[in-house]
Write a protein that binds this ligand. Sequence first.
Ligand SMILES: Nc1ncnc2c1ncn2[C@@H]1O[C@H](COP(=O)(O)OP(=O)(O)OP(=O)(O)O)[C@@H](O)[C@H]1O
Length: 235
Amino acid sequence: MLMVSNAYFAHKGQPDTIRGISFSAQKGEIISLVGASGCGKSTLLRIIAGLLPSNIQHSAGQCAFVFQDAALMPWATVNKNVALPLRLASKKNPDAIDKALLAVGMNSYSNRYPSELSGGQRMRVSIARALVSKPSLLLLDEPFAALDELLRFQMNELILQLRTELQFSCVFVTHSIYEACYLADRVLVMKEGKIFAEVEPNLDRNLLPLEQRSLPQFAKSVTEVSAALAEGAHT
Ligand SMILES: Nc1ncnc2c1ncn2[C@@H]1O[C@H](COP(=O)(O)OP(=O)(O)OP(=O)(O)O)[C@@H](O)[C@H]1O
């Protein structure tokens, strides 16, 4: 679904920010990207999104981006915000808008304005806007960083539920080691533009969220990612 093969990228006039990164994501797979501030996570995500030039391949369909800030148009209703990607593509599909809002539990808010929503609701609308064009690849750049812990847990469940329903692949940038290990099939630890370590949490998705967070393999993966980040910081 996504193939990154020996990717390099330098911002204008800068040394290489991305230095030989290779990885792939299967259909329905969630990859978390973690690493020290400035190691190149957002740059890598932008390369994958095609916002910066690179050799990255998407085998099918299109990708959608969710930013840390919900970035909704304040003058437009929820419905019109979610319709934006369709409007930009000169398409009309009220059914797709309804389905995207239903998927994130916001179907009864379609006539509200962003200022009339909570932070968590705004983020749900932002995710609905990303889903409306049925992406095969969802890219999220620290989407829940501004939310409180409980809301973040709820949004993590939403992403897992949507992944099961819609089978998109996902690359998820986060500074939270716990979030990275809970969400991901694979956690990639970056250091100075390279993949420094890879950890597979192997959680049992049939269990309840709290049961998954209590699994020994969850604690082990958190320890491994923490150790890789600490090692990366000192080498
Ligand atoms: N538009 C740009 N022009 C020049 N340099 C840039 C630009 N964007 C990012 N950089 C530089 O590229 C490097 C990687 O930045 P990037 O935002 O990808 O890091 P990050 O790992 O996402 O950091 P953070 O966790 O703090 O968000 C940094 O040194 C940054 O200063």
